[in-house]
Design a protein around this ligand. Structure first.
Ligand SMILES: NC(=O)c1ccc[n+]([C@@H]2O[C@H](COP(=O)([O-])OP(=O)(O)OC[C@H]3O[C@@H](n4cnc5c(N)ncnc54)[C@H](O)[C@@H]3O)[C@@H](O)[C@H]2O)c1
Length: 369
């Protein structure tokens, strides 16, 4: 089992990565001397597909365990789902000395993390990510949150877990379109990291889609190590460094809302990266050669993303309302070349609208073009 240490003053923790390592959960809980009042928040699909593993963990444990399952949708990443979690915690006698174990994708991790950071002014939490997206990104770094009205992740906290346990074995049941979503965040990391990692992802991206365990172990380790390096320097997005992790996301979040969540987060990230490349090129930050090279990496996925007819003005208005907006301009993370990005670049309506149009049209079914 590999181990990456996230060294944040006052809240350092390890990320364990391996294949078939879920069986070690109880041992790790004991090793870290965590509480034995365990409230598992689990994605109901994961529970149905992996009940043998969960049952084995429960039967071998000498802890008090409550199993709470959720239907992981963006609409349920909500204050009403959160209220239900608080109610069930209280009804079942959970208090300050509780450990929440989040087993699922980014939706489960985000809402469980928020519940852990607020319930009884903060209880312990362990993340067990089960989607590729959560393994390479959302389970590490401590961002928690829920959606409110029609704004994504607008309510949230920074709350680091006690440890993260990544077991690639969960991926065996992950639907193809969810693997593609993970690829979306991996492509983002390849643009942020650059060099050999970008080359490997470009050459071997089919190994990701076919869930080649050996390659995926490397990919997950690279993404998590990179994110760890950023989070250690700027945990709360104060110096600005952490903002680079939002590459493509200002567009992506607005596209998700405009599509009323009919497009998945990871798919939206791929289309958002396309818009960010267009804007970087339009503003003469990214040269034509690199622009074409990077865009071609994204377009390998275009047949698997059906955006449908979209409304650029609506996407633009949602972005303006987003917290990243200042005056009439919106600030973006843009790319000079892979491994070298710039933050807080302001762009006006004409540039942004053009980038939405040009960035998204690749992903629209032919009849809408
Ligand atoms: N906190 C962060 O830093 C951060 C970073 C990136 C994304 N996010 C958030 O993460 C969310 C997206 O996460 P996601 O892509 O993991 O989606 P998700 O949690 O919705 O999971 C996607 C789907 O896969 C199913 N699933 C999960 N694991 C499975 C498995 N092993 N086998 C079969 N099915 C499985 C789920 O039931 C769900 O239907 C978004 O809400 C996004 O805002 C958070």
């Amino acid at each position: 089992m590999k181990k990456i240490e996230v060294k944040i003053p006052g809240s350092s923790y390890p990320v364990y990565i391996g294949n078939g390592v879920f069986l070690q959960l109880q041992k790790l809980i004991s090793k870290h001397a965590l509480y034995k009042n365990i409230f598992i928040i689990i994605d109901e699909n994961v529970f149905n597909l992996h009940s043998d593993k969960i049952d084995r963990f429960i039967s071998k444990s000498n802890s008090k365990i409550y199993l709470y399952s959720i239907n992981a949708t963006e609409l349920n990443k909500s204050s009403s789902q959160l209220s239900d979690i608080y109610s069930v915690l209280i009804e079942n006698g959970f208090g300050k000395d509780s450990l929440i174990v989040a087993i699922g994708g980014g939706i489960t991790g985000d809402i469980a993390g928020y519940a852990a950071s607020t319930f009884a002014r903060g209880v312990q939490i362990v993340h067990v990510p089960t989607t590729l997206l959560a393994m390479v990104d959302s389970s590490v770094g401590g961002k928690t949150g829920i959606n409110f009205e029609s704004t994504k992740n607008i309510i949230g906290t920074f709350y680091q877990p006690n440890f993260v346990l990544i077991d690639l074995d969960f991926l065996k049941t992950l639907p193809e379109e969810e693997v593609l979503c993970g690829l979306g965040e991996i492509l983002k990391y390849s643009f942020l990291i650059g060099g050999d990692f970008l080359e490997q992802i470009n050459k071997k991206y089919m190994k990701i889609l076919s869930l080649d365990t050996k390659f995926l172990l490397d990919v997950v380790e690279n993404c998590i190590s990179f994110k760890t390096g950023i989070v250690e320097k700027d945990e709360r997005e104060e110096s600005g460094l952490r903002k680079i992790l939002n590459l493509g996301h200002t567009f992506a979040h607005a596209i998700e809302i405009e599509r009323n969540h009919s497009i998945k987060h990871g798919q939206a990230v791929i289309t958002g990266l396309s818009c960010a490349l267009h804007l970087s090129n339009r503003l003469n930050i990214l040269n034509d050669t690199l622009y074409k090279e990077y865009l071609s990496m994204l377009l390998k996925t275009k047949n698997q993303i059906q955006l449908g007819l979209f409304y650029p003005m609506k996407i633009y208005e949602i972005m303006k309302r987003d917290k990243k907006s200042a005056n009439d301009k919106i600030r973006f993370v843009l790319i000079i070349e892979a491994g070298n990005v710039v933050i807080d670049i302001e762009a006006g309506m004409v540039d942004v609208m053009d980038s939405i149009n040009r960035g998204l049209h690749h992903f629209v079914a032919t009849e809408h073009k």
